[in-house]
Design a protein around this ligand. Structure first.
Ligand code: ADP
Ligand code: MG
Ligand code: MG
Length: 883
């Protein structure tokens, strides 16, 4: 097997299409090399080697050593340096790189190959002893942390002691001798902690680092990140070994990161940050505040330090053309890492840049307009779930702002919450359902869970490409970074800014679109759905086949659904209309009634209210289909349960307390979800369903009579299992509807159908389709009844199932295509065989889940229905499924 792929020197063994094997970083380093861009030579150890490593008790494949030696030799030839040679040492970086980008989650080691001997060689070769020892101390710290597992704070403390001793505050003030002294102390610390010296052999260092990169695939933050982004554990990471170039060789050296467009807004302008005389992760780590790339960006930020365009004009010109070439080549916005060594540019990484949903829309629409991609490709470029970020409120521009600090607008959107200062606290309170804002000096990959649990993040240090900014954008969390005015006092649990003190637990609001931190809560406004959003959704609508409806009961939800582009209501749950305080009394009276006559009397009180509900819905929906599900939950849900509640209800309504309590006890069921509910209510109390059908048809007549578009109600019976049930229900529905139609003298088109939410119903769908004109797959209940898992109680153990890999995903969130999906497929086939034009849809949580929507497309359902806020997500997912 081939485990090693070389790149550099104007050619490469791999290319950009080989991400699965080489990881994203390795594949793109190969592609850039082959394009003739200046990439320091190196080689990639494949993800297959990592998979092999984990499958074989952490043993490397037998022939890996040999192939790595050959790879190293090629790098030595191309660079003219030798690995481990004291006179002319080759130094390398050892970089992780999975198929999918997992920024900062795994480990990288720089300056590898340095030792007491080679550091002298490096000093002589470069003529710069200070640089050599600066590199060595960086290497010892990084290697000790990543490979030897030592805490990096230990090294920072040693460095701080030296700075105190020398009365200096910045690293750049340390001389060659100072760094030598730091290095000596670092090595002594390693010896003390581990009882053995810091490894001096370059090959030992290399294999230590390779093992550490493989191991970092399984560290906690990588695992958490994978779970959050649905990245399979089985993929493994590649390892890139690459010759070092140095951004820390003085004033004509630098390191930086760039986006070809603004990743926050999508604006088509080079965007990024760099640091003179710095190495590697100095930019991302937020240790020094980085400088802008372009003059115009610097001016806009009111910065004094020169931009790259001003400080290194020649390299900048070259850089700009390389970057433009890359964007054209990849036909997408690129996220680029580069280093300048003594005025020479080197490209270290490129990838399709992560971006906010807003930027994703703009970039996709712009690239299509620029002719670089087609409209269909543009539709494919936006992650449907990410639209969620745009569908949420932002701060009302007209509301007063009590600004307490301003930082960088690192991730858009607004959030309000209580201040917390640690990721643990954010996790604890956030987990308990509290809205919190995490306020940190800066964040690191360890904080990722806390960031996820918080509504928003503020950092005092770090730029637009700092860890906090990148991760928050990926999560869709609003973030303000680099708010230098914020002075955090961790011990006192407070921060100070503009003369004010804000304590843990105080409420603040952050505006990630302006970078402002505000005191208290602020009025929010609903999202703007025009512009690029409308354009892209229009393109998506042109592509998709599946219709998208919404689940809605109230007029407000129905209006929202239409604003979001719903093409009908797929599920109106009538019981929600019964809980209204004005109505529940009549509902209870109906439940308490001793006989049919008593129930009819109570139902007669409910009828006009229910009719008005439907009039409102039909009016808003203007002739679009509306699927109305008749009463579904067990009746006991409408009764008070505790003696206190019973007493209160009895007092308020005049209903007899003893009778209420007795009836509640009578209705008690051991297993209510499998109990007296759904169409079983319609069978035992037909008068309830008759009233509902009457209300629906009367409302339709009323709306049609008013001259508005005639509604097309779809009357849906829940929890049907057999042909005979369906026959009974169809007959009841038709008879009642005909009565109303005859009374009103107005022809109304309506349909009768059923939910499919029991395995028997799916399997005997042919029987049901004799009477049912449509099926709506109620996948919440169908998942529950297929797995035999109660969705209300499953929380207790589903986590363990997902953790242990028994369930890849929660089946209530993403449809179990193999099992529940097969039942749906069977039902669709058998239903269509009986009634070719039977209308098929899905309602329930899965109707808004992109992976489940893809499945619905694949089996040719007619529509999906989901909550109003998810309608745009479903429209886009349906379009992508159709492409
Ligand atoms: P991550 O995946 O976390 O971005 P990288 O492997 O890209 O980690 O390494 C982080 C940074 O280290 C790079 O952005 C670059 O600045 C620096 N780096 C990596 N390899 C080299 C190299 N061969 N020469 C100089 N700097 C390097
Ligand atoms: Mg990188
Ligand atoms: Mg149900």
């Amino acid at each position: 097997t081939r485990w090693v792929y070389a790149f550099g020197g104007g050619s490469a063994d791999g290319d950009a299409s080989m991400k699965n094997l080489l990881g994203g970083k390795g594949a793109n380093l190969a592609e850039m090399s082959a394009l003739g861009l200046p990439v320091p030579p190196g080689f990639t150890i494949t993800t297959e080697a990592c998979v092999h490593y984990y499958a074989n008790q952490r043993q490397y494949p037998a022939d890996l050593k040999e192939q790595v030696a050959a790879g190293l030799q090629r790098v030595e030839e191309l660079t003219g340096k030798t690995f481990g040679d004291p006179a002319n040492p080759l130094l390398v970086s050892v970089r992780s790189g999975a198929r999918a980008s997992m920024p900062g989650m795994m480990d990288t080691v720089l300056n590898l190959g340095l030792s007491d001997k080679t550091v002298d060689g490096l000093a002589k070769l470069s003529g710069d002893r200070r640089f050599a020892f600066d590199s060595y101390r960086r290497f010892i710290q990084m290697y000790s942390n990543v490979v030897l597992g030592l805490d990096h704070h230990m090294f920072e403390e040693i460095l701080d002691e030296h700075k105190d001793r020398l009365y200096v505050t910045v690293d750049t003030a340390l001389s060659a001798e100072d760094w030598e002294a730091v290095v000596a102390d670092y090595k002594a610390a390693v010896q003390r902690e581990l009882g053995r010296p810091f490894p001096q052999d370059a090959h030992e260092q290399l294999w230590g680092a390779v093992g550490a990169v493989f191991a970092s695939w399984m560290n906690d933050r990588a695992k958490f990140y994978r779970r959050m982004h649905d990245i399979p554990e089985s993929w493994g990471t590649a390892v890139n070994v690459q010759s070092m170039v140095f951004g820390n060789m003085g004033e004509t050296s630098a390191t930086g990161v760039a986006f070809t467009r603004n990743p926050s807004t999508g604006e088509n302008r080079l965007y990024g940050e760099f640091l003179i005389n710095a190495q590697g992760e100095d930019v991302v780590a937020g240790i020094r505040t980085p400088q802008a790339l372009t003059k115009i960006a610097r001016e806009e930020m009111g910065e004094k330090n020169p931009s790259m365009e001003e400080a290194l004009p020649d390299v900048f010109t070259q850089f700009k053309s390389v970057v433009e070439k890359l964007e054209k080549h990849y036909r997408d916005m690129q996220d680029i890492e580069f280093t300048v060594e003594k005025g020479r540019l080197y490209m270290l990484q490129t990838r399709n840049g992560k971006r906010t949903a807003k930027a994703a829309l703009k970039v996709a629409v712009d690239l299509a307009s620029e002719g670089l991609i087609t409209r269909e490709e543009a539709v494919m470029r936006v992650e449907p779930a990410s639209l969620d970020q745009l569908l949420h409120p932002t701060i009302d521009p007209s509301s007063p702002r009590d600004v307490v600090a301003v930082g960088l607008p690192a991730s858009p959107g607004a959030a309000t919450g209580k201040v917390v200062f640690t990721a643990e606290e954010a996790e604890r309170l956030g987990g308990a359902g509290e809205a919190v804002i995490l306020v940190r000096e800066e964040t690191s990959p360890e904080d990722i869970r806390g960031m996820d649990a918080a509504r928003g993040v503020v950092t005092a240090r770090g730029g637009m490409t700092s860890h906090a900014a990148v991760v928050a954008r990926g999560m869709g969390r609003p973030c303000v970074s680099g708010a230098g005015e914020v002075h955090i006092d961790g011990r006192a649990q407070e921060f100070h800014s503009r003369g004010k003190t804000i304590r843990a637990g105080d409420v603040i609001t952050i505006d990630g679109s302006t970078g402002e931190v505000l005191l208290g809560t602020v009025k929010m406004v609903e999202p703007e759905l025009s512009g690029d959003f409308a354009t892209l959704m229009g393109w998506a609508d042109g592509v998709r086949r599946l219709k998208v409806r919404a689940n809605a009961e109230t007029g407000q939800d129905a209006k929202m659904a239409r604003q979001f582009g719903a093409e009908g209501i797929g599920l109106c749950r009538t019981e929600h209309m019964f809980f209204d305080p004005d109505r529940i009394a009549a509902v209870r009276e109906m439940i308490l009634a001793d006989d049919v006559a008593g129930r009819r009397a109570a139902l007669a009180k409910i009828l006009p209210m229910q009719r008005q509900d439907f009039v409102d819905l039909f009016t808003i929906m203007e002739g679009l289909p509306v699927t109305i599900r008749l009463l579904d939950p067990p009746l006991h849900e409408f009764l008070p349960h505790t003696e206190e509640d019973v007493a209160a209800v009895s007092q308020a309504t005049g209903l007899d307390a003893a009778k209420l309590l007795r009836r509640a006890q009578e209705l008690h069921e051991v297993n209510p979800m499998l109990g007296h509910r759904g169409c079983r209510l319609g069978v035992s109390y037909p008068e309830i369903y008759e009233m509902q059908v009457r209300a629906i048809i009367e409302a339709a007549c009323e709306v049609a009579a008013s001259g508005r578009p005639a509604p097309i109600p779809e009357i849906m019976h829940p929890l049907v299992a057999t042909r005979e049930e369906m026959k009974f229900l169809r007959e009841l529905t038709d008879r009642t509807a005909r009565e109303v139609i005859a009374e009103k003298g107005r022809e109304i088109e309506f349909k009768v159908g059923t939910m499919i939410e029991l395995p028997r119903a799916a399997i005997r769908a042919g029987d049901l389709a004799e009477q049912a004109e449509f099926f709506s797959f109620g996948t919440n209940d169908l998942t529950q009844t297929t797995f035999g898992i109660s969705r209300d109680d499953a929380g207790k153990f589903l986590g363990a199932y997902v953790d242990k890999g028994i369930f890849e995903k929660d089946p209530f969130v993403s449809l179990d295509q193999a099992g529940v999906g097969d039942l749906i497929r069977i039902a669709a086939e058998r239903g269509r065989a009986q009634r070719p034009n039977v209308k098929l849809g899905i309602c329930g949580e899965h109707g808004g889940d992109p992976a489940s929507i893809q499945f619905c497309e694949s089996i040719g359902l007619d529509y999906v229905s989901c909550s109003p806020y998810r309608v745009p997500i479903a429209r886009l997912a349906a379009a992508q499924a159709a492409v």
